[in-house]
Design a protein around this ligand. Sequence first.
Ligand code: G6P
Ligand code: MN
Length: 432
Amino acid sequence: TLKIVTLGGGSGYTPELIDGFIRRYAELPVSEFWLVDIAAGEEKLKIVGALAQRMVKKAGLPMTVHLTTDREAALRNADFVTTQLRVGQQEARIHDEAIPLKYGVLGQETTGAGGFMKAQRTIPVLLDLCRDMERLCPDAWLINFTNPAGIVTEAIEKYSSIKTLGICSGANSMMMDIAKVYDVGREDVYARVMGLNHLIFADQIAVKGHDVTAEFIEKLAQGNGQNQLKNIPDTGLPPAFIRALGLYPLSYLKYFYLQREMVAHSVKDSQTHGTRGEQTREIERQLFEIYKNPQLESKPKELESRGGAYYSDTACSIISAIYNNKQEIHVVNTLNRGATPDLDENSVVETNAMIDRQGAHPLAYGRLPVKIRGLIQSVKAFEELTIEAAVTGDYSTALMALSVHPLMPSVNIAEKILDEYLAVNRPFLPQY
Ligand code: G6P
Ligand code: MN
């Protein structure tokens, strides 16, 4: 038997995940798939869970899909636990994004202040899940998609004994973009990845084994193949800068390299279309209307308007690599352990790693190029302080976390944002 448990089972992403398991059934024969949610999410769990059951039935597979709010029952004897939960739901995200924007500071789900706040709500919940896993399924793997994925994964590594990997759709979307530009399959593309979650750079880009890095960077400079995650506005980096950088940056890097433009864009966008959280709340509402249709038996096209589209390719292929001891290379969030000497051994980084039954074995790439080193190290300092604040609930640590972030223009503003954040998030912050 192979038992998979998904926390946040009522999420709109569930059809994405189950689709991934259905497609990989031959190599990953999931016998029990448990979707777990809290009481407040039960209605959504029933709707999306029923769709998951129809999808499995349509595929004719002997997989049972359980829907439950009983986390203990679900976790007992689990082999893999995956998370896609959102503490405080879209409402909390909307505050995370709207509050910094009032002060002309980036308001984004995972980058900058928003990522700090999301971590404060999420880390205690994930560590509590780990306590349950330590009791009920101590050998299970925790595959975490809950953002900020890199930060959450580091907290789990530091404060629990559970085996874990953090996952993100970002690197895969970059590889898919390269594949599209060269009109080849995703499996024909390989690139080396350096940095942290939502802060990665690729180099040594190979298509069918041939290095195309310089050529691809030139295509990027000319405006072809710009990595476009659906959740990030299309504001191009200047060609001269792309050539100077010589690396392929994930779209999230635009928040750093085009700070002014991206904040201005977000402010304008929030006034016309609402914040991204308001937009995704509406997309979710529409998705659930679609999911309710009893004729629907597959993942609908509309899911592609979410940034995490195709995330199951990452999640399921990594689970399969562990389960089948594949010794395959994937991009994951895991402890540095020498991937680069420019970050602490015990920092979680996003890196290529060989994945087998033991988990991730990061591939060393040596020093971070000086042009990206400082940025990555500053964001890591922010991440460390963010984790410490989330665990201790210490105000000074929280203030320092926000203050050291490269996108924070003034410590006065950091203090104001923090105070507003703490006030609206009261119900989700037992540690403060
Ligand atoms: C990307 C990121 C995910 C994030 C998503 C947000 O895919 O890798 O970590 O959750 O975008 O998309 P959304 O549709 O929620 O704005
Ligand atoms: Mn991500």
